[in-house]
Design a protein around this ligand. Structure first.
Ligand SMILES: Cc1ncc(COP(=O)(O)O)c(C=O)c1O
Length: 402
């Protein structure tokens, strides 16, 4: 057989025939470090955006009960009524919004909620404004559609931490702009938009006829407002007819990252279109997973409070350690569960992350994975128990002082 007829030889050329937008998608800079370090014995992995606790058993058991009861058939594309009602009650409890299940559509993860929000609003050639550094997936999902992410640099100073300059945001608007993506509290920077900043973003969106995709998945991980506090939300400043789509997930609050369960919140008039987008992607989330979601929302409050308190303690441990090292540029983040910091004398953060695996046995994520503005930073996830956070901080500080 000639080389060209051999499928093994001809396979790579298939790449020449796929959509350039698919081919151009970036590899995750976090996964590279994880693959490099995952075999290191005793490594403390602080690279991923998740904690160390497994899903509580009362949540998992709701899923197994559903499976045992034979809930294995196609189900509601928009989500089972019980879960949509539970989400509505939860959101009313949290934000004081009217209790309306017609605002909520269950998705197979927060990531899918983002994908659907963008499929609803962006066409090829459109622009989406994204404050950066930022968790990279929304920009990549826009690129899949053929839209163009326009990154708006967040400002930073050690007193204020990261903050969004509204003039900078508005000056990035062009006739092609369609969407502003706002993640607050933010991954990886810990940036939390004030209520005034959210009102300012909304004002820009209204004046230019833009959609807002509000990623408030870390809204409960907010350390400024005392226990049980909530970060400012677009719910606080919006009117019912504003063009805002909220994306949400069960991943972080209820330690369900592996489940892939989330929801999208939108004006009820968008329901039929959202349902179609769900139908033509996953056609809905497995009923047994949705039962787990109901259990999480209805019985998960003390677990969520426990997670937030753990993250707060983790944050304080790391902040104390970094402050003692004198080599680190950082501000203690008011929200989410990441420390995003620069290290004096280190310019190649990918190389630094690999060195920290080899020389300190801790796994961090290089800021290069988080878009423009992230190049001089490295991300540490502090959503872990106190003993591990103390040990990880000790390893990091000892390495920094070497
Ligand atoms: C800012 C942000 N949005 C959305 C997600 C999506 O979460 P998931 O797809 O696990 O629901 C993540 C996950 O890390 C995130 O950090």
């Amino acid at each position: 057989m000639s080389a060209s007829a051999d499928p093994l030889f001809s396979a790579p050329s298939l790449l020449d025939h796929i959509r350039p937008q698919a081919l151009a998608l970036p590899e995750s800079g976090i996964v590279e470090v994880m693959n490099y370090g995952r075999k290191s014995e005793g490594i403390i992995p602080l690279w991923a955006g998740e904690g160390d606790l497994p899903t509580p058993s009362f949540i998992s058991e709701a899923a197994t009960r559903s499976l045992a009861a034979g809930e294995t058939f196609y189900t509601w594309q928009r989500g089972i009524p019980e879960l949509r009602a539970a989400i509505a009650r939860y959101m009313t409890r949290l934000h004081g919004v009217p209790e309306d299940p017609e605002r909520y559509y269950v998705t197979g993860s927060g990531m899918q909620a983002i994908q659907i929000a963008l499929a609803l609003t962006l066409s090829a050639g459109d622009e989406i404004l994204i404050p950066s550094p930022v968790w990279p997936n929304a920009a990549a999902a826009a690129e899949v559609i053929g839209a163009r992410p326009v990154f708006v640099p967040l400002s930073f100073d050690e007193a204020r931490g990261f903050w969004l300059d509204l003039d900078r945001l508005e000056s990035a608007v062009t006739p092609r702009s369609r969407v502003i993506f706002i993640n607050s509290p933010a991954n990886p920077t810990g940036f939390v938009a004030s209520r005034e900043a959210l009102a300012g973003v909304l004002d820009i969106a209204r004046r230019h006829g833009l959609w807002i995709v509000a990623d408030e998945i870390y809204g409960r991980f907010f350390y400024e407002a005392g226990e049980g506090g909530l970060a400012p939300s677009f719910h606080d400043v919006m009117e019912p007819e504003d063009r805002i789509l909220f994306v949400q997930t069960f991943s972080k609050n209820w330690a369900m990252t592996g489940w892939r369960l989330g929801w999208i919140e939108a004006h009820p008039s968008l329901g039929p279109v959202l349902e179609n987008l769900i139908q033509y992607s996953t056609s809905g989330v497995a009923a047994f997973m949705q039962r787990a979601g109901v259990a999480a929302l209805e019985r998960g409050e003390s677990f969520v409070a426990h997670q937030i308190e753990r993250a707060r303690r983790g944050r304080d441990i790391v902040a104390r350690g970094l402050a003692s090292s004198n080599r680190v540029r950082f501000a203690t983040p008011p929200g989410a569960f990441y420390m995003f910091f620069g290290v004096e004398g280190e310019t190649d953060m990918r190389a630094l992350a690999l060195k920290l695996v080899d020389e300190a046995n801790i796994g961090l994520a290089p800021g290069t994975a988080f878009g423009p503005g992230g190049e001089r930073y490295i991300r540490l996830c502090f959503a872990r128990g106190e003993a591990q956070m103390l040990e990880a901080t000790d390893r990091l500080v000892r390495w920094l002082q070497k």
